[in-house]
Design a protein around this ligand. Structure first.
Ligand SMILES: [Zn+2]
Length: 98
């Protein structure tokens, strides 16, 4: 009522991501994330940047601090964070605005 269907979708996406971040169950983690991403697509809801940075876009898992690598590189355009997923090995480069 308060926000309409789209607002409800935002709440649900956030709830699913929260669940994925807090559960110890790997299967539940993945399912919750996959559902959150799917919902965000079908309702055109944006996943907040701080949360989307924590999710590997390839295998849809939360980056694990024990398995993933984080490197900071200094390039021509400023600083660049290079994230390597500990699960699928995909590399993601995130530019950091100075
Ligand atoms: Zn991955």
């Amino acid at each position: 009522m308060r926000q309409g269907v789209r607002g409800a979708a935002v709440d649900e996406v956030l709830r699913l991501i929260e669940l994925a971040l807090t559960t110890d169950d790997d299967v539940l983690k993945r399912e919750a994330l996959a559902q959150a991403v799917e919902m965000s697509r079908s309702f055109r809801v944006r996943i907040p940047r701080r949360l989307s940075l924590m999710i590997c876009r390839k295998c849809m898992t939360v980056y694990r601090f024990d398995g993933s690598r984080v490197r900071v590189r200094r390039g021509r355009a400023g600083l660049m964070i290079v994230l390597t997923c500990g699960n699928c090995g995909s590399v993601r480069r995130i530019p950091v605005k100075p």
